[in-house]
Design a protein around this ligand. Structure first.
Ligand code: SF4
Length: 301
């Protein structure tokens, strides 16, 4: 049952993190307009089970007035609201309070703050910690998101080490991570990845929607386009087993996805997302309505 709609408010970000699964960067293009947010909220309101609207990115605070308007409109639709941010704006407690006070006044119910070495290096005095303290002072529910970095091991690039320890931290090897962070990681044969354990493919509880109308089940894996088909219709008519990508994933994970579509995998992969991601990239031209946008696959439009 769908309970949340997550706005990828923009693909633009202050950072270009190696582990970003959306390939966001300062140069990445694509940002919602106010009217598109209103349209998406109207569509979400047609689905009685939706309770939450999240604003994410990219970095949503880069478009602060737009984000505030979006939150206001979401609240007026009766949704609880949340935000995911890298906290770049929390340059001091005084500044952080300035940014956060309007969010408190709008009743934001969840603030997730990226706070890890992948964003800020080894330093302990991060903007996220300032943001967290400011949120607590204002009574805004807030919590850090900590993604741990992969460590290189001596098992480097050995594709045949069955049962080798995966040291990828909590990074999942999709998006830019599949390009930038794979070196030195132990790998398993592709046939080992027989399940997607991270997404509710059968009946998604939340979807991400982007400025182009794409409705993402997982990043770059689409249910359809809500500018072309209303979200309520997409949800009502979604049959995971008949979806050309989700169907094989449900039957046998990324290994079955590759096998079913005749993709010949390489020797070894780090985790299920790594195989899934590489297989999906290969299938993009064949299923453009289900595997998009190109920028999420690191391909210039
Ligand atoms: S296995 Fe594929 S669909 Fe599942 S979470 Fe990983 S990338 Fe997403």
């Amino acid at each position: 049952m769908l309970t949340g709609i997550h706005f990828l408010l923009t693909y633009t970000c202050t950072s270009e993190c190696d582990h970003c699964f959306l390939y966001c960067s300062p140069d990445a293009q694509g940002t919602f307009t106010k009217s598109r947010i209103a349209d998406a909220l109207d569509q979400a309101a047609q689905i009685s089970s939706v309770r939450w609207a999240y604003f994410e990115g990219g970095e949503p605070f880069l478009f602060y007035p737009l984000m505030l308007d979006g939150i206001r409109m979401a609240r007026d639709h009766g949704f609880q609201t949340g935000i995911v941010t890298n906290s770049y704006w929390a340059t001091s407690m005084e500044n952080a309070l300035l940014w956060l006070e309007p969010l408190r006044d709008l009743g934001v119910a969840d603030l997730s703050l990226s706070d890890d070495a992948l964003h800020y290096g080894a330093g302990s005095d991060t903007p996220a910690k300032i943001a967290l303290a400011a949120a607590q002072k204002l009574g805004i529910p807030a919590s850090p998101i900590c993604i741990t970095a992969p460590e290189a091991t001596s098992e480097a690039d050995d594709p045949g080490v069955k049962g080798a320890p995966v040291t990828g931290g909590s990074v999942r090897f999709r998006g830019r991570a599949a390009e930038k962070l794979t070196s030195g990681q132990p790998r398993l044969p592709w046939q080992e990845f027989r399940e997607c354990t991270h997404e509710e493919l059968q009946s998604p509880e939340r979807v991400h929607v982007d400025p182009f109308g794409n409705v993402h089940i997982c990043q770059g894996l689409l249910m359809g386009n809500m500018w072309e088909v209303p979200l309520a219709k997409l949800i009502a008519e979604y049959e995971a087993d008949r979806h050309p990508i989700c169907g094989p994933l449900l039957r046998g994970g990324p290994a079955e996805l590759a096998r079913f579509h005749g993709v010949i995998p390489q020797n070894g992969y780090i985790d299920e997302c790594h195989l899934c991601w590489e297989t999906r990239r290969t299938l993009m031209e064949q299923f453009p309505q289900y595997l998009a946008p190109k920028l999420v696959y690191g391909i210039a439009e």
